[in-house]
Design a protein around this ligand. Structure first.
Ligand SMILES: Nc1ncnc2c1ncn2[C@@H]1O[C@H](COP(=O)(O)OP(=O)(O)OP(=O)(O)O)[C@@H](O)[C@H]1O
Ligand SMILES: [Mg+2]
Length: 303
């Protein structure tokens, strides 16, 4: 399947899970963080702490990640870098439980959101995916749905009720936070598919924000965009950093240096599963890496 088609299929699978799990989700008693609180964005204005602890992953018998640990703090953009096939997307998908949509997929280790194990047996998948949103490589708005409807599309699917009067304010708020409001405020009734690629990606960011996530995962969000649109998304990320924890995968080293405060370098050497070779403050990883493989990668000597 082509990458774009894969992104859309994954996106629809997530929404389908929202719909089907809504009826079957067990009652959730939150020990530390009330994940059913749809207002938690206001309670956690800078996002939540996300921790991966010795995460390993398999597709069938093929082990693709080996004991990856990474702390992703609030108020911080974490960039995941590394050559193709080293497991960055798999790691991202494990963080919001999309990995398990693949029938052969298995995993070990723990992912904690504000200290709470998102894979705990009593933890509904729907709430994890609501708290931890995802923006894909290829913009995937609902093309025939209006711009305004696109923004609030996730609310219906997550069972969040918003009154008519609040709805317009929410659409405006999300579009403003995604840096798209000025461009679309006079055409909210136009189809999502009528926007440019860069605008569509910002619409997808607005749609993710509408369910008030604590974390936003972005898998190469600019790889299908022109330099100007890329710059707009980067500016948007800079603004959102103070509202939501951001984890971004990018192959663009300049982008990682521009947008992130911390960086993790993934590598899968000679048929071995992907591991984090080095992680830390972005400035250190780029300017003073501890591992020679990191230096080679960030200076473009391989990958
Ligand atoms: N659905 C799947 N079924 C089987 N193997 C898979 C699947 N998805 C990924 N893999 C394998 O897992 C490994 C890691 O893939 P992943 O997509 O996470 O890498 P990546 O670092 O995101 O690469 P890229 O930079 O090219 O996007 C690869 O060997 C890949 O072939
Ligand atoms: Mg990938």
């Amino acid at each position: 399947m082509r990458r774009g088609a894969r992104d859309i299929a994954a996106f629809l699978a997530v929404w389908r899970t929202f719909v089907t799990d809504e009826q079957t989700a067990p009652t959730f008693a939150a020990p530390a963080l009330d994940l059913t609180d749809t207002q938690s964005y206001a309670a956690n204005p800078t996002g939540a702490q996300l921790d991966a602890d010795r995460v390993s992953a398999w597709f069938g018998t093929n082990k693709v990640l080996d004991r990856v640990s990474l702390a992703m703090p609030p108020g911080t953009v974490t960039a995941l870098i590394g050559p193709s096939g080293c497991g960055k997307s798999t790691f991202l998908r494990i963080l919001n439980r999309m990995h398990e949509l693949v029938p052969s997929a298995k995993l070990a280790g723990e992912v904690r959101l504000n200290g709470l194990d998102v894979y705990a047996p009593n933890q509904p998948i729907t709430l994890t995916r609501k708290r931890i949103g995802m923006v894909f490589q290829k913009p995937n708005p609902f093309p025939a749905m209006s711009i305004g409807e696109n923004v609030v599309a996730g609310l219906k699917l997550t069972g969040t009720k918003v009154g008519r009067s609040q709805r317009a304010a929410l659409i405006e708020d999300c579009l403003r936070r995604a840096s798209l409001w000025a461009e679309v405020k006079d055409r909210l009734g136009d189809a999502g598919g009528s926007l440019s690629g860069g605008q569509q990606q910002r619409l997808c960011i607005a749609r993710s924000l509408a369910v008030r996530p604590d974390v936003l995962l972005m898998d190469e969000p600019c790889s299908a965009l022109d330099p100007t649109s890329t710059r707009r998304i980067e500016e948007t990320i800079a603004v959102l950093r103070n509202q939501v924890t951001i984890v971004i995968v990018t192959h663009n080293m300049q982008q990682a240096a521009r947008v992130s405060q911390q960086c993790a370098f993934f590598l899968a050497e000679q048929g071995t599963p992907g591991r984090i070779v080095e992680s830390g403050a972005t400035k250190e990883v780029f300017e003073n890496p501890r591992d020679p493989r990191t230096a080679d990668y960030v200076h473009g000597r391989f990958g």
